[in-house]
Design a protein around this ligand. Sequence first.
Ligand code: ZN
Ligand code: ZN
Length: 304
Amino acid sequence: MQCTRCGSEGVIINRKYSGQLLCSDCFIETTRKKVMRDIRKYKLIERGDRVLVGLSGGKDSVMVIDILDELRERNIIELEAVTIDEGIGGYREDGVKIAGKICAERGIPHRVVSLKDYAGITLDEIMENPSRSACTYCGVFRRWILNREARKSQATKIATGHNLDDETQAIVMNYLEGNLENLTRIGPMTSSAGGRFIPKIKPLREIPEKEVALYVLARGLEVHLAGCPYASGSFRREIGDFLKQISVKRPTIMYSTLRGFDRIKEILRRDLQGSRKSGVCAECGEPASGKLCKACTFIDELKG
Ligand SMILES: [Zn+2]
Ligand SMILES: [Zn+2]
């Protein structure tokens, strides 16, 4: 087998959806180009942006920071990273360590903030007596903390590591659950009414999860590989397994899910815009649709 791009031996990937066979160097280069092209196409980043990366130390966020670092080196953006410690004993420590190392090596400002400091409780403590799934708590609290951290450091964008699999999972999940409001918030860049949400960007939205894993391997980047102990059996996981399974025979299915969704999203948004309220939380000042934001609602519940 030869690389379809440069002809060299040592092919590391057969991209079934595009028919390319690629060597390590060509794989890295085409992947970086694809991400940069999406950044331009969707105007995710502009010159002078101060970008905050939510860096867990997992493969996705490590790849994001590795790619955005090039824009920092070219003085196009400023870059900084925050790692959120949810308080998951025996799991999060490794990710925190790896995240710190990556930033130290590159001179990227980095800080670690904990759910305990923000909400007075760890995820382990929440899960002793939960009334919701760990992923629901974690998702709400992480978004809330990231937004507050971004505001603190006057970041103009928040970059997350969501990949193609994550995005198609979210689309299919929300379809199946009938959550049309949630669907309107899915996309390469999300910003919310009122301007109090720092725009969130997903530079890896079109990169399959498998290729994210291969990218960090090919680049020799250290990542935290363990899966979250609370993720098993989640609805998201079931949908993810289903999508992976049908992708074997239909390699373009995740892309067509994404493209189809992107076409109807604007229509959905126009139709639903009137029903979306936006205000600020009486407790923390973050965006909220009711009196309190979701995070503060959860905190009240957990205290009560
Ligand atoms: Zn090649
Ligand atoms: Zn709040």
